[in-house]
Write a protein that binds this ligand. Structure first.
Ligand SMILES: [Zn+2]
Length: 327
């Protein structure tokens, strides 16, 4: 099987997986419980979620290690379990994938803000914490690192540097944007253009956006990132819409069919790896994988902004490539 890096470099469209957190909640994870601890306390549940996504057609699954830094594990009394939990997370994803696709190891924010931005930690503190996590994830055998849900550039840069300087893995970095009067910004005020540019400058191989938006907003966010970084592959994991409170339950209302119908536009905007975030399920992933094949011709416009050469890639060539890749 070709490596993750090779598949991305040759322009293949890859399908990632959907939500982990909201799926674990549906399987009984309680609010306030440490999600990552389920890698050791409920390994079959975590592995089962990966298997559901793989059955739905995910080429890539993300590990249950989003809150796997010592900062995030500390409140649960698990700060000394970074290595164990992160390695367990990769092992479960690898067992489920069984060599048929790729394991991207999730790395989320620490929950702390650096001093320059008004917080209580130094960039070096963050670097150290990310280093500990990414080294464990590489040792576990991950194919890539997915630094995600970032709002602070400073924090994202430390995570990227820790990953590039201490592992050999391809590094994905995605940010979470909010739609406001001034356009899309992260919670810390970073635009999609700036996020993409600075993440790449710090060493990220793939940039993108996850969470915080349904799939329609992600199309515009992708366009802005593509304009800033014409040659960098883009990953988009959209929520199934914005969370809506119904009684005591948070629900996400974008249907699999709706999200799938927007995938061609997302690809046209420049996205190459597509999956879901909060509220998305294996049904969403299955639809997002199948819908474009049935309805449209796909083209990847990776180099669109730097060259006038069209990149002709019909849905058929995509199909063939995907079949080959998954065989
Ligand atoms: Zn999310």
């Amino acid at each position: 099987m070709k490596s993750f890096k090779e598949r991305v470099a040759q322009g293949d469209i890859l399908i990632s997986d959907g939500a982990m957190g909201t799926y674990l909640q549906a399987k009984g994870l309680n609010p306030g419980e440490c999600m990552e601890s389920w890698c050791v306390s409920h390994p079959n549940v975590v592995k089962g979620i990966h298997e559901d996504y793989i059955a739905a057609g995910s080429d890539i699954v993300e590990t249950n290690s989003f809150g796997g830094t010592s900062y995030k594990l500390k409140p649960y009394g698990l700060a000394d379990k970074v290595r164990e939990l992160n390695q367990a997370a990769v092992a479960l994803a690898k067992q489920a994938m069984a060599g048929k696709g790729y394991v991207a190891a999730s790395v989320g924010p620490t929950g702390h803000i650096v001093e320059d931005e008004g917080g209580d930690v130094t960039p070096q503190d963050l670097y150290k914490a990310f280093k500990e996590q990414v080294v464990a994830l590489e040792e576990g055998g991950a194919d890539a690192l997915c630094i995600e849900t970032m709002a602070s550039l400073s924090e994202a840069v430390q995570a990227i540097k820790a990953a590039k300087e201490n592992t050999k893995l391809p590094v994905i970095c995605t940010f979470t944007f909010e739609a406001g009067a001034r356009g899309f910004r992260t919670m810390m005020g970073v635009t999609p253009e700036r996020a993409a540019r600075e993440a790449v400058a710090a060493g990220a191989d793939i940039v993108g956006a996850n969470c915080g938006n349904g799939i329609v907003n992600m199309i515009e966010i992708t366009r802005q990132m593509r304009a800033a970084q014409p040659n960098t592959p883009i990953l988009v994991n959209a929520n199934a819409g914005m969370p809506v409170l119904e009684g005591e339950k948070t629900v996400f209302k974008e249907t699999p069919e709706f999200m799938a119908s927007k995938v061609p536009e997302l690809i046209k905007a420049g996205a190459q790896i597509i999956g879901g975030c909060c509220g998305t399920t294996p049904e969403h992933i299955a639809a997002m994988r199948e819908w474009p094949r049935r309805h449209v011709k796909l083209t990847v416009n990776r180099r669109q902004s730097t060259a006038n050469e069209a990149l002709p890639q019909t849905d058929e060539s995509w199909l063939v490539r995907n079949r080959k890749g998954r065989a």
